[in-house]
Design a binder for this molecule. Structure first.
Ligand SMILES: [Mn+2]
Length: 332
């Protein structure tokens, strides 16, 4: 089924295609893009496929070198016939390549996040599975459906993507493990995957986390603890630090020259007990404040312009409104 959509997209005689990762591309995005490039080389030789990303996160930079993944730079996006957007649920997250949606060219999304409303308006080519641990698992299933065994390098890349996004199989289901064993059979080595993903947290990230905790404002809504803070970088990591420290919901904003970025995280506990879905709230925020948001139930983000205080206050209001009608947190 997914392979049908994938093949139909390529059969439209596209000659030069760009695969795009979200900004600050993580190993799931980068490795998925690399594996798609190799799958297409098997299925449709003759198509020129390039991988692009506004920037890569630190771990991805290491993987890029290790696996010698060709990342294209300084290209003109107008020279491509079509685009594949991986591990990204809205074009706003493409950073400097966000204008691809205005080029009136075919676009395909391959992703495991909750699709943004705009996605289905932009294109009919969507290979999205929200139940999948990672985009890499979706890409592996395309190989499987096509009856193609990934090369050892491709298998390695896919296992890196799956391991990273499933948090070393903490968020895995049976199909995640099945994909992993198939990839190990195809030549991937799990010990090397773990070694590649193990890096020390940079000092600047540790400082950002400590500052976020120091600056946190805490709201108590029906015993649920919401922590709001700000940093100049590492907002997602700062959110995780606040959650690890004890918040039920963490919101961390970062304000840069002409843009604001907000990350939010919630515990599985508050999501299960109150039904709160941060991805949906971030999407709603995009209809109130200029910008675009989305994500998963317990991890979401928002990108906007020049409206930091307004965006944070509105998000907090949306969360409070929902919690006021939800079951309270049990007090210990
Ligand atoms: Mn992912």
């Amino acid at each position: 089924m997914a392979l049908n959509i994938f093949e139909t997209f390529f059969k439209s005689h596209h000659k030069k295609i760009l695969i795009l990762c979200h900004q600050n591309a993580d190993p799931d995005a980068l490795c998925s893009a690399y594996a798609i490039k190799n799958l297409v080389a098997h299925l449709f030789p003759g198509i020129e496929l390039l991988i692009g990303s506004d920037d890569l996160n630190k771990i991805s930079n290491g993987i890029l070198e290790d696996l010698q993944i060709p990342l294209a730079k300084n290209f003109n996006i107008e020279l491509f016939d079509a685009f594949i957007i991986v591990d990204t649920n809205n074009v706003e997250q493409l950073g400097c390549y966000r204008s691809v949606s205005t080029l009136s060219k075919p676009i395909m999304f391959i992703d495991h996040h909750t699709p943004h409303l705009s996605t289905t308006q932009i294109t009919k080519y969507v290979v999205i599975d929200e139940t999948s641990s990672s985009t890499a698992e979706i890409v592996y299933n395309l190989f499987k459906e096509a009856g193609i065994k990934p090369s050892p390098d491709t298998a390695m890349a896919l296992l890196i993507g799956i391991t990273y996004d499933s948090k070393h199989f903490l968020l895995a289901n049976a199909s995640t493990f099945k994909a992993a064993t198939d990839l190990i059979d195809a030549g991937a080595d799990y010990t090397s995957v773990v070694e590649r993903l193990r890096i020390l947290m940079p000092r600047s990230e540790r400082i950002a986390r400590l500052k976020a905790i120091n600056r946190a404002q805490i709201s108590d809504v029906r015993n649920w603890l919401i922590a709001v803070s700000n940093v100049s970088a590492y907002e997602a990591s700062a959110c995780r630090a606040l959650i690890e420290t004890g918040a039920d919901i963490a919101i961390v904003g970062a304000e840069r020259k002409n843009e604001i970025r907000i990350s939010a995280r919630a515990t599985q506990n508050i999501h299960k007990k109150t039904g709160i879905h941060l991805g949906k709230l971030m999407e709603e925020l995009g209809t109130i404040v200029e910008g675009m948001g989305g994500g998963h139930s317990t991890a979401a983000g928002f990108n906007g312009k020049d409206n930091y205080t307004k965006a944070i206050n509105h998000l907090l209001k949306l969360i409070k409104k929902q919690l006021e009608n939800a079951p309270p947190a049990p007090i210990d």
